[in-house]
Design a binder for this molecule. Structure first.
Ligand SMILES: [Zn+2]
Length: 146
């Protein structure tokens, strides 16, 4: 959120690193904006996540930053968990690419993101009542039958 990740472009600007290209695609300077919003790999991962869940995921989360946002309840929870999972797994994949020179397929990474998000959602479902949003929970395989 505060541009605090040590990307190659950032490290290169301080003289700590010679390389400044993206560890995943090597087609552009590795900035946070590139890694999470512009990198072709990240875009393909996000498209796979969106295809699976059936709605657009706003990775900028601007919709939640707007006072009085229409996004509430379960929809907000799902978006937040997908957002957190996308950032976490793309950064993890970037580190794996840098250290091991291996990149997971976008479809496989999307599966990890969805599994991670489902786990995070299930941990919160028991504490919250979502009423008619239970259709979403059923679709995600997170519905707890009592
Ligand atoms: Zn890239």
């Amino acid at each position: 959120m505060n541009n605090g990740l040590n990307t190659r472009a950032k490290l290169a600007s301080f003289g700590f690193c010679q390389e400044h290209s993206c560890c995943i695609c090597e087609n552009s300077d590795e900035t946070q904006d590139h890694l999470f919003f512009q990198c072709d790999y990240s875009q393909r991962v996000l498209q796979a996540v969106e295809k699976w869940c059936g709605f657009r995921v706003d990775v900028t989360m601007t919709v939640l930053a707007i006072p009085g946002s229409r996004m509430k309840g379960l929809k907000q929870l799902v978006h937040c968990q997908l957002w957190v999972s996308c950032y976490y797994h793309v950064w993890l994949e970037r580190n794996t690419a840098r250290l091991q020179a291996v990149v997971t397929s976008p479809a496989k990474l999307a599966e990890r993101i969805i599994t991670d998000a489902k786990t995070r959602i299930m941990s919160k479902v028991c504490k919250t009542k979502f009423g008619q949003d239970s259709v979403w929970l059923r679709k995600w395989g997170c519905l707890v039958i009592r």
